[in-house]
Design a protein around this ligand. Structure first.
Ligand SMILES: Nc1ncnc2c1ncn2[C@@H]1O[C@H](COP(=O)(O)OP(=O)(O)OP(=O)(O)O)[C@@H](O)[C@H]1O
Ligand SMILES: [Mg+2]
Length: 491
């Protein structure tokens, strides 16, 4: 009795269901069917084949979900993209097997298009596509990979930075290949530790990245492990090329150093200028009164000679003061045509009487008629001063210092060579000598700024600087400076 009641309710429920619902035999004969409009009246066993009844066909439909069940014994949903028949069914959307013992006894079929589920799926697909788009259009490179290393996501920016095509990366690239040897392991180690942004995360970490060309470049990487529960299933990384940032940072540091040095030079200059002015007046007095004595008195020859000596030395002092004032002239960077030979001569004039130079023989081989170079005279003075001082310091005040100037063969540059007979520059430090603050001198003896300033000045003037050296055979600094425009034309 109860059983019968149950069955009755079941049938009523099936009738009330406003979709077509029917049961077929394995021979596609309709065994039971509801009205499909919510009204009562399910009929049992029409005996006709489903494809005849619903679609007026003589044989089973091309893509029939029921047909699939004989192979899979699992419920099947009609999938538009698998239906090559072009029939585009509006019914028979879902089928499931009614199994008795080991065999499929019958099949239940519905035009099952649950509106809620379809809507959700569509929404889900849309939001998936949105997120995918979001990820792919990132200006940062984005690469996601599964736990075997297979690349799953690879956007255009990743392609630009790495040099791998998007398709090519998705098909063949293994995530380990975008890092130099051992790099991927290191990134995973950092990701798993909680020191770099929390467990499973890596925040703004500079790592080496291997481009397709084999070039290793620095990148800033933000990455995460994707978990399903506790299980690691994938990794995703957002990154950008750091080369430009690093270049700008270095440039900025260089500018800061130059600023520091020019401030230092400026205050030294002020000091020198102040002292020079103070000396000028008494010097003028000494010269004037010596001359007066020589003219107005009849003097013994010995006294006369002494006065001449005083006059000569006073004049020499005046020249030094003049050069000092010229050297320390307080000006903004001012480009003008300069005689390089004169700048070198002036530098020596100021240096050669220093104790450091007492046992240094200076050879000047300055080309005649050297065309002028466009530049800032104060900077050029500093340039020669720094190199010549380094040479004298390297020779510990004893040796040969040679300065040559010449016009280059292409006649568009002046070449200056400054050589010493010191110990030379060891190979292992050669690449660092132009770095700011690199010095081999003891604390207090050198700041390590000299050559970095020299480098900056040469660059400012559009020139080049290089060094030739061998252990025990001294060092030669070669500077090439472009000619001033007018000079070039008149050649
Ligand atoms: N002619 C040279 N022979 C041998 N080594 C040299 C020579 N010129 C420079 N160097 C090396 O290059 C380093 C850097 O030179 P740089 O002029 O930049 O700094 P510094 O002379 O040490 O200090 P600063 O010039 O600031 O007083 C020196 O410490 C020295 O080791
Ligand atoms: Mg120096």
């Amino acid at each position: 009795m109860q059983m019968q009641k149950n069955n009755e309710y079941l049938l009523k429920a099936i009738d009330a269901f406003r979709k077509r619902f029917f049961v077929i035999s394995t021979e596609f004969e309709i065994l039971a069917i509801n009205q499909g409009d919510g009204k009562e009246g399910s009929s049992i066993g029409s005996g006709k084949k489903c494809f005849e009844t619903f679609f007026g066909q003589n044989e089973v439909c091309g893509y029939c979900p029921a047909k699939q069940i004989f192979l899979s014994r699992e419920p099947v949903m009609w999938e538009a993209d698998k239906d090559t028949s072009g029939e585009g069914r509006g019914s028979c959307l879902y089928a499931y097997p009614i199994i008795s013992g080991d065999t499929v006894e019958a099949l239940a079929i519905m035009d099952f298009q649950p509106p809620i589920l379809t809507g959700l799926e569509e929404k889900l697909q849309r939001s998936n596509a949105f997120f995918r788009n979001l990820m792919l259009s990132s200006v940062d490179g984005v690469i996601a990979a599964d736990k075997t290393g297979k690349v799953l996501v690879f956007n255009d920016a990743a392609s630009e930075i790495s040099g791998h095509g998007v398709e090519e990366a998705l098909e063949n690239l293994d995530i380990r290949q975008v890092y130099p040897e051992g790099g991927a392991k290191e990134v995973m180690r950092k990701l798993r530790s909680d020191e770099f942004g929390g467990k499973g995360k890596l925040k703004s970490c500079q790592v080496d990245f291997l481009r397709k060309t084999g070039e290793v470049i620095p990148i800033s990487l933000n990455a995460a492990i994707v978990y399903e529960g506790e299980k690691e299933v994938a990794t995703i990384g957002y990154f950008h090329d750091l080369r430009e940032n690093i270049r700008m940072k270095t440039e900025l540091e260089k500018t800061q150093v130059q600023l520091l040095q020019s401030e230092k030079m400026a205050s030294l200059g002020k000091l020198a200028a102040g002292v020079a002015h103070q000396l000028n007046n008494p010097l003028g007095g000494i010269t004037l009164f010596t001359k007066l004595m020589m003219e107005e008195y009849t003097l013994e020859e010995g006294v006369m000679n002494d006065l001449k000596r005083i006059l000569k030395d006073a004049e020499r002092c005046r020249d030094t003061v003049k050069e000092l004032l010229e050297f320390a002239r307080q000006t903004q960077q001012r480009m003008q045509l300069n005689d390089i030979n004169r700048a070198i001569t002036r530098t020596f004039f100021l240096l050669e009487n220093q104790t450091l130079f007492q046992n240094i023989t200076i050879h000047k081989q300055l080309a005649d008629n050297l065309p002028k170079v466009s530049g800032d005279i104060q900077q050029l003075n500093h340039l020669f001063m720094n190199i010549i001082l380094n040479a004298a310091q390297a020779m510990k005040g004893a040796g040969q210092l040679t300065v040559k100037t010449m016009l280059e063969e292409e006649k568009d540059r002046v070449r200056i060579e400054i050589s010493d007979t010191g110990p030379g520059i060891p190979d292992e430090i050669l690449s660092q000598i132009f770095d700011p603050f690199f010095t081999t001198k003891d604390e207090g003896e050198g700041t390590g700024l000299g050559l970095s300033i020299v480098y900056g000045i040469v660059q400012n003037h559009g020139g080049k600087i290089s060094v030739k050296t061998a252990p025990g055979k001294g060092a030669t600094f070669v500077i090439e400076l472009p000619l001033g425009e007018k000079e070039e034309k008149t050649l």
